[in-house]
Design a protein around this ligand. Sequence first.
Ligand SMILES: [Zn+2]
Length: 284
Amino acid sequence: MAADILARHMRQRGEDVFMLTGTDEHGEPIAQAAEAAGISPQELVDRNAPKFEDLVGRVDSTHDFFIRTTDQGHIEKVQELVTRVKDNGYVYQGLYEGWYCPRCADFKNENEIGPGDTCLIHEIPLLREKEENWFFKLSAFQEKLEQLYEENPEMVKPDFRRNEALSFIRGGLRDVSLSRSQLSWGVPLPWDSDQVMYVWFDALSNYYSALGYAREGEDLTGRYWPASWHILAKDILKFHAVYWPAFLMAAGLEPPQRMFIHGYLLMGRRRCRSRSGTYSILSR
Ligand SMILES: [Zn+2]
C-alpha cells in the first residue's frame, strides 16, 4: 500500500511510472510446505499466488505487473544474468560449511547467530550445512560498494538503515553461495543443472527481469532501469543493500537508485508471518 501511494504520487507529478509487485516462489520453505501438504511445489505456488494477487487487487493497488518467480520469462532472465556474472569472472566452485536458516534462506555470519545456534529473527535452530556449490565473489565488491554508498548518500533510506548496511560492508565481505546442491526447487544453473540458484539471487532479480517480459513484444528495460525505488522490510536489508547492487555490478548493470526500508507490521508483539512487500517502483 505504501508503494502504491508513492506510485500514485509520482504519476500525479507527471512521471512515467512502472510499479511492480509479486511473489517469490522458490526455495526450501516452499518445497517443505509442499511436501507436508503432499503436493508438488508447483501445485502449491499455483494455489497460493492467486491469493496474493487478489489481495493487492482488494486494496486497489495500481501496480503495472504482478511477477511470479516461476514465470518462464523470469527464469530465462535470471539464467542470463548469472551467466553474465560468471563470464565476468565472479563465480567459482567451492565448499560451503556453516550455519543456515531455512526460513531466512540465509547463511549466517558469527555475529548473526543467537544463543544455542538459533536464528535471531525466527528463533529456530540453525542447520549446519556442508556442501559443494558455486560461489559469488562478493568480496571483490567491498571497495566498489563503499564507493557506491559514498557517491549516492540517498541510496538507502532512512539513514540509520544506510549506516547499518554500510557497517556490514565495512566489516568485511565474504563470498556467498550462489547455488544449492541439496535442493531441486529453484532455477537451474545454466552450466550445472545439478544445482539451483540460491533463492535470494533468483528473487532479487525479479526487479530487473520483469521489465523484459511484462509487456508482450516490448522490452521495458531501457525505459525503466535502473529502478528509482525498491521498498522492503528491515530483515531483508542485507540482500537488497549489499548483495543485489554487487550482483548487478558483476553483471555489468546499474544498481537501483534508492531503496526505502520499513519496519515490521506487528500482530501482538510478533511480526506477521508474511514478508513485507518487495515492491519496486521504476520511474523516470
Ligand atoms: Zn531465520
